[in-house]
Unconditional design. Structure first.
Length: 285
């Protein structure tokens, strides 16, 4: 019973972080039709921001707020300097963001070295859950992810901003004719997606190795979650992350991480073969 509960909690933790990363990807793709290959590097920028601020004596809580804000600003600069010039050239966006990912990664190596950094969690106690001790910080990560994902759904489905954003997604030209500034929505969307990646990196930094390669470990599962769940609706990455993350976590715990990768990719290939536009289809949000 204890092992099953621990496995369930670890799987939930992993799934929610993947959702947090994938949510930023699918928002940017849904509105701007941009596949951001640098999203994993925005994740690592969030982690490095938190680590560097803590090493400078700044409290964890200030760093947790500052990381997504700073990464959101970086996303705004990327959109303004690069992405806006190649919106209508799909392959160019992939190549450009891939180049950005390499540049960011190498910049981090030049500034901080290739070695791993680390930082401590703000609290290290454990909570008793049905007789099973579990790290409180991992529960905090799950709570943060749930709040942010819930807030994102509320933003896009219960506010005027969300209504306008969905109008731009449905028909950019019609939205522009109705007086909506599509450029403003592009900027805000890309910055918000980047901030989500930065927040995910910051909140995960205390429990994993912070190194220049860390973003890739979450970028690939996030892409798989979108492909499996579908990019046409915000619920797509949630469903996809649940399937990918749970399968990966459970298989790795019961057998081995290598077999987990084989099972995950096999499942993704089968899902894509059966549902080419994702399980939730290609309907727009």
């Amino acid at each position: 019973m204890n092992e099953a509960l621990l496995l369930l909690l670890d799987a939930a933790n992993y799934v929610l972080v993947i959702v947090l990363v994938a949510m930023g990807l699918v928002i940017v793709f849904g509105l701007m039709r941009v596949i951001n290959m640098a999203h994993g590097e925005l994740f690592l920028l969030g982690a490095y921001t938190l680590v560097m601020l803590q090493q400078a004596g700044v409290s964890y809580w200030v760093g947790l707020i500052a990381a997504p804000l700073l990464v959101g600003i970086v996303g705004l600069l990327i959109e303004e300097l690069v992405i806006r010039h190649i919106y209508h050239r799909f392959l160019d966006t992939i190549l450009a963001t891939w180049g950005l990912s390499i540049m960011i990664k190498q910049g981090v190596i030049l500034l901080f070295g290739p070695g791993a950094q680390s930082t401590a969690a703000p609290f290290a106690f454990q909570l008793d859950l049905l007789g099973t001790p579990y790290p409180a910080y991992r529960l905090f990560i799950m709570a943060v992810a749930l709040l942010v994902v819930g807030g994102t759904f509320y933003l896009f489905f219960r506010t005027r901003f969300g209504l306008a954003a969905r109008a731009v997604i449905a028909s950019r030209d019609t939205a522009a004719c109705l007086g909506l500034s599509t450029r403003a929505f592009d900027r805000a969307t890309f910055a918000y997606g980047a901030a989500l990646a930065g927040l995910a990196g910051a909140v995960m930094a205390p429990i994993m190795s912070v190194d220049p390669q860390m973003g890739l470990g979450f970028l690939i599962p996030a892409f798989l979650a979108i492909l499996v769940g579908g990019a046409g609706h915000l619920a797509g990455p949630v469903l996809g992350a649940g399937l990918i993350g749970a399968t990966d976590s459970v298989t790795a715990s019961l057998w081995s991480p290598v077999l987990a990768q084989v099972v995950v990719f096999t499942m993704a290939v089968v899902a894509i073969r059966l549902f080419p536009t994702g399980i939730l289809g290609s309907g727009r949000q």
